[in-house]
Design a protein around this ligand. Structure first.
Ligand SMILES: [Zn+2]
Length: 264
């Protein structure tokens, strides 16, 4: 049975630690800080078998060099191998691999960066949940900034996520949820699910608990970036950004991303 723990790192990152019951083998996703991982390896008496990388930003890769030993596998995107730490396995969309008993499929998510990938593990048995390590593509109630890709590319990437099963657990890499929710409430002030979810997240943060993982079902109900096709979101965007009734979904999405970029 796969167990996944968040290791809080840097200002607001989570490094996901993957372990398997009855084994000392473990993997980490996006180790931006080696010390945080090393402390966990000592605390739980684990051997780091490998590292999954979603994209090349330093807060996701800076711990790799210090953590890797001769037998550590490092998996990342073939498209970005020129700017990632040296990879043992460089993968593209459609590739899959088995890790701690689960099969992971590689999805390509251009948008935040052009070579960004995600790792999706479908449920193979009744008691399993589908899992997605989505890096900085999807956050709870938000999405990644567009540093390299276009709004249209990011919307395409998010649509790939929207097509996954609703019970998929969303392992994003930043605790941005409360500030994302403040923006989401601004876009959809009458969204009941959003108000309820916000209350739960406030309580979690007040108790110093992570708001992640989220689930795709929750995100479909509260995340404005997955809701640009909804009448309420489009009406807010027409009012805020002066879009016409004829605007395309890509234009709505781009306007939403720009609005969030400038929201304080
Ligand atoms: Zn990033």
């Amino acid at each position: 049975m796969l167990k996944i723990r968040p290791l809080a790192a840097l200002d607001d990152n989570y490094i996901w630690l993957l372990t398997q019951s009855g084994s000392s083998r473990c993997w980490v996703v996006d180790p931006g800080d080696a010390q945080v991982v090393q402390r966990a390896l000592t605390q739980y008496e684990l051997h780091l078998e490998g590292i999954l990388l979603t994209h090349h930003h330093s807060d996701h890769i800076d711990g790799v060099q210090a953590l890797r030993s001769a037998d550590t596998l490092v998996i990342g995107a073939a498209k970005d191998q020129h700017r990632l730490p040296e990879l043992s396995l460089s993968l593209s969309a459609g590739d899959s691999f088995i890790l701690l008993g689960r099969t992971f499929q590689v999805l390509e998510f251009p948008g935040h960066t052009l070579g960004h990938v995600g790792y999706f593990a479908p449920a193979e048995e009744a008691e399993q949940s589908p899992l997605l390590f989505c890096g900085d593509t999807l956050f709870s109630a938000g999405c990644g900034r567009l540093f390299e890709g276009s709004a249209a590319q990011m919307w395409q990437s998010l649509q790939q996520i929207m097509a996954l099963p609703e019970e998929t657990l969303i392992y994003a890499t930043h605790e941005y949820t409360l500030s994302n929710l403040a923006f989401a409430q601004h876009v959809e002030p009458h969204n009941q699910a959003l108000s309820q979810y916000t209350e739960g997240c406030r309580q979690a943060r007040a108790a110093n608990q992570p708001t992640l993982p989220s689930s795709l079902g929750i995100e479909l109900a509260v995340n404005p970036f997955l809701r640009v096709q909804k009448a309420q979101v489009q009406a807010s965007l027409r009012e805020h950004a002066g879009l016409s009734e004829q605007a395309s979904i890509d234009e709505y999405f781009a306007a939403l991303r720009t609005w969030k970029d400038n929201f304080r």
